[in-house]
Write a protein that binds this ligand. Structure first.
Ligand SMILES: [Zn+2]
Length: 242
């Protein structure tokens, strides 16, 4: 899940704006969710595009975030095995995914987004690497129960850069997963947890990735129509690379 240029601005001001291609969102450092208004400032957009470009030229890693319409985003994702947990390989992968997520100014990332079709998601609802205590690594998560109340909020996705849209989600969910500690040495923990608000939204977005579902599948016709040029461009770029 994408939070645009949130992190950089967040460090400068206690209340700040996130820019993206279609909207301005006011965040508080603790609960970065309040949407204020949509804008169409071309200068603002150009600055954002430039910053996104500069970020994309960061030194390459072993893994790479794949972009729509990469087939990895639609494949079936298999369960992480006990061996993969015990030998530490999944912790290494989760750590690398967290680093990539921070570099891309994201708040969440699922393994299929780095081309690995395993049921693993990571997130940090603050989006701030210095808030490592907020990092969550979930293996083989399942949704046990959805809250009946829903709300609509704007989402983006690191695999669909430049596009955002309103998505309806439950305000809370109960999930069951193997939860890994951030640092090795700790024991993984299994259990059911209820999560709410912004964290519940991030979780549901990332969980959808494990089901091969993208947030664009949940947009209304107007948002989808607005985003179509961006999707067309991503498809064109993908065909060029493949
Ligand atoms: Zn996503």
């Amino acid at each position: 899940m994408n939070q645009g240029l949130l992190n950089r601005v967040a460090r400068l001001s206690p209340s700040f704006h996130r820019c993206n291609f279609a909207s301005v969102v006011v965040f508080s450092p603790n609960r970065p969710t309040t949407i204020v208004r949509k804008i169409s400032s071309s200068t603002f957009q150009r600055q954002c595009q430039q910053e996104e470009f500069e970020k994309s030229s960061l030194s390459p890693r072993k893994l790479k975030i794949v972009r729509y319409p990469h087939p990895s985003l639609r494949r079936i994702n298999s369960d992480v095995t006990l061996d993969e947990i015990k030998d530490g390989s999944i912790v290494d992968l989760a750590r690398e995914m967290l680093e990539m997520m921070y570099e891309s100014n994201g708040v969440g990332l699922a393994a299929p987004q780095v081309g690995i079709n395993k049921r693993l998601i990571v997130y940090n609802q603050t989006g701030l690497p210095e808030e490592a205590g907020e990092e969550v690594i979930l293996i083989n998560p399942k949704i046990v129960e959805f809250g009946r109340r829903t709300e609509i909020d704007t989402e983006g996705c690191l695999s669909i850069p430049g596009l955002e849209g309103d998505v309806q989600r439950s305000t809370w969910i109960k999930m069951e997963a193997t939860i890994l500690p951030r640092l090795t040495g700790g024991e993984e923990e299994n259990g059911i947890r209820k999560i709410t608000g912004w964290e519940a939204r991030i979780f549901q977005h990332e969980f959808d990735h494990l089901e091969g579902t993208l947030f664009i599948d949940k947009l209304d016709d107007i948002d989808l129509q607005e985003g179509k040029p961006i999707l067309d461009q991503l498809e064109k770029e993908f065909r060029k690379v493949e």
